[in-house]
Design a protein around this ligand. Sequence first.
Ligand code: SAH
Length: 258
Amino acid sequence: MVHFVGAGPGAPDLITLRGAELVKRTDVVIYAGSLVNPALLGLVKEKCKIYNSAEMTLEQVLDVMKESEAQGLDLVRLHTGDPCLYGAVREQMDQLDKLNIPWDDTPGVSSFCGAAAALGAEYTLPGVSQTVIITRMAGRTPVPERESLERLASHGASMAIFLSAGMQEQVQAALLKGGAYTPDTPAAIVYKATWPEEKIVRCTVGNLARAGDAAGIWKTAIILVGGFLGQSYERSKLYDPGFTTEFRQGTDSPAQGG
Ligand code: SAH
């Protein structure tokens, strides 16, 4: 059987308990190159075979999966963060279905969550934004035109931009063209969130490219943008003494029947 497992953003103890258990028990691992912490490979059994998918094509990955299944072995396909974001998992799952090879999927902590933790940030601040846009800048891999960074930037929502640290000039220009962010809108570049070499650069949309360049960050980073990185927001209704919820009577409204 094939187990897709989210390795988490970097720190080896940010894999889930289920994911770690699967890694410990497996006979074969195919891990997603430099973005998976090598410390996780230290969990495997002595006889476990290890492959680095950075050097492989989809066909080669599938060949290893087919061979393992034919031998009745368990295989863990270890993806960075959560497999559901930029993991190219769907094409593997569909091929496994065609081959009648069973698989399951264990989620992981995505790097946009690791980056928020590093910054002590909340994407969904009341009065600021209730939406997180997860996207990337079009580069060698295209993005549908209707999802161009400039168009998405017109919402002014909280944004987590993956796979774009090498294109910071273009990111900055597209964010400003969108019309909802200003040069003063707060931004941050988080390099290798949760790894020992993590770097945090707080900046603004107007000086994002310069700040990233000065810090020498051009890969393995996520760019976060939006008022959620600023200082002003409203307090939550949920924990407001006046607000009545299913579990708590607030001071501003009569008791609910029921
Ligand atoms: N599935 C992964 C994303 C894989 S795409 C996830 O859920 O996080 C690879 C991109 O993810 C990188 O280019 C970078 O933008 C981001 N990334 C992955 N790990 C990161 C980390 N520890 N810190 C910052 N960005 C990271």
